[in-house]
Design a protein around this ligand. Sequence first.
Ligand code: URA
Length: 213
Amino acid sequence: MASPSSEHVTLIKHPVIDRDLTILRDVNTKTEGFRAATRRIGVILAYHALKELPLKTFPVSTPLRETTGYDINQDVIVVPILRAGLGLSDALLQFIPDAKVGHLGMYRDEQTQQPVEYYSNIPDGVEDALVLVVDPMLATGGSAHDALCYLKEEGAQHLRFVSLISAPEGLQKLAGEHPDIPVITAAIDEKLNDDAYIVPGLGDAGDRYFGTT
Ligand code: URA
């Protein structure tokens, strides 16, 4: 299987990310701190994920004279993989407040460790939009792969995958199955453990974000 190349994966390095990932990893961090750190990293990831959006120009009048104004010339659809993806989606919406949000519900079967899809609601317009699939933990890559296949079948042509922490195993899976889809991530951790959790990771991202531990 192909290995992830720097072309396929963008690992964002930033001191704020290092500080905030430490907050996320720390088992003693409370829900409020976990949410705030997720949002801050999400904003940095969003900045990178949206970097290549096309612009259109139009005339705008300042109080002094007319000049060139710019607006984004592509629809953006954010697709969190439920439920952990919801936390990261809010950060993306800060940049594109009119983005449509689709939802893909998947859970991991604890026995087989395979993703099971239980809900999907994808807005119209996926064919032309920039579609950002959001899941904080890219572990085995199973859910990410299923989500990307589903969206490709729906006609999506401009996909990006955004995660907080990625495992080498998940990156390798996406590089093999979806070499056309850029991955934007804030960390590449060591490995998966036998329960398919990312090590060192941060535990269960959904439980920690929603305070359900
Ligand atoms: N999902 C999580 O929330 N954490 C992991 O480590 C792996 C998958």
